[in-house]
Ligand binder design. Structure first.
Ligand code: RIB
Ligand code: CA
Length: 309
């Protein structure tokens, strides 16, 4: 009897001790910063490294922001990789109007950090760690490049992507979400061929932070820019905080409702560019899109506790 109990206890503690290995592909970016903090501070996750994609800001600015975030978290040992630095087949369009000229709102007090970008490209890094779950917080350029480099190995990827919108209005246009609008060819390729859980505006629009949620002066300096953008374009002085929900879903999937669906993205220039649609075509891979949350206030409280206190 004792041996059975001992075995059960050891299995349980091993399960507790096994941290889920993840890679974060990001375009930091204010909400990326909060998601990165959330992941780095979770005892259940092991962040193996980062790849930076051009999105909110060009990748070289994103790298500077990621270095600053890793410095603040005392995790500068983690590797940073970059990719092609522009969409597969569109002119790059940043979101500095939303995240600020450097990408972290009004923050500009950067430390001089002696850390180089890793020699492997983003796609080589993602393929070399195909056993890790990819948290894709920006346009899907790096993930698409990994598929183009090695489609067989990329098929084993498990991707949780912040992007798209099935039922909610877009934030780049009436129809499209920014990440999938910036590089629609990459989004189409990844959603058509790889295993993706789409964390779209359908759930992220529900997560809003306000000035009273922020206690740290530097955080307020960063978020104030984001609040002003939302006041101008979304008529409320606060911010929709998208990327941390990717991390929260990974940690608490039971608090989300998903819909199995064949996802596609429109790539033609025009008002529907980047729109996420449900495809009836048999060639498209069955993915899942998050469509509802159990209790957004409970989710907001645990994210806020981890990243804004
Ligand atoms: O549309 C919101 C998404 O685009 C977020 O990931 C934000 O950081 C930007 O990348
Ligand atoms: Ca992002």
């Amino acid at each position: 009897m004792w041996h059975i109990l001992k075995k059960l206890l050891s299995n349980y503690t091993n399960k507790l001790m096994t941290r889920q290995k993840i890679i974060i592909d990001c375009d930091p970016g204010i909400d990326d910063m909060l998601a990165i903090r959330y992941a780095l501070r979770s005892p259940k996750l092991e962040v193996v490294g980062f790849s930076v994609v051009s999105g909110n800001v060009a990748d070289y600015k994103g790298v500077n922001n990621l270095k600053e975030i890793l410095y603040q978290e005392n995790r500068l040992e983690l590797p940073i990789h970059i990719g092609r630095g522009r969409p597969l087949n569109k002119f790059f369009r940043d979101a500095e109007d939303t995240h600020g000229q450097y990408g972290l709102g009004y923050f500009s007090d950067y430390h001089q950090l002696d850390k180089a970008v890793a020699p492997e490209s983003a796609s080589e890094f993602l393929l070399a760690h195909a056993d890790c779950t990819i948290l894709a917080l920006g346009p899907l350029t790096n993930v698409a490049d990994s598929y183009l480099l090695n489609p067989i190995l990329a098929k084993s990827f498990k991707i949780i992507s912040m992007g798209g919108n099935l039922y909610e209005q877009g934030n780049m246009s009436e129809f499209s979400e920014y990440n999938y609008w910036v590089d629609p060819e990459s989004a189409k390729l990844v959603l058509n061929h790889l295993d993706v859980t789409m964390v779209g505006l359908d759930v992220t629009r529900k997560l809003k932070f306000y000035p009273e949620d922020v206690v740290d002066e530097t955080d307020l300096e960063i978020l104030r820019f984001y609040f002003a953008f939302h006041q101008k374009y979304e008529n409320f002085y606060g911010a929709v905080i998208n990327d941390p929900l990717v991390v929260d879903y990974l940690l608490y999937p039971q608090d989300y409702t998903s819909q199995k669906v064949k996802l596609d993205v429109l790539t033609e220039e025009g008002e529907y560019r980047g729109q996420t649609i449900v495809s009836q075509d048999n060639d498209y891979r069955l993915n899942q899109a998050l469509v509802a949350v159990s209790d957004i206030n409970k989710i907001k409280a645990r994210i806020k506790k981890q990243v804004l206190n």
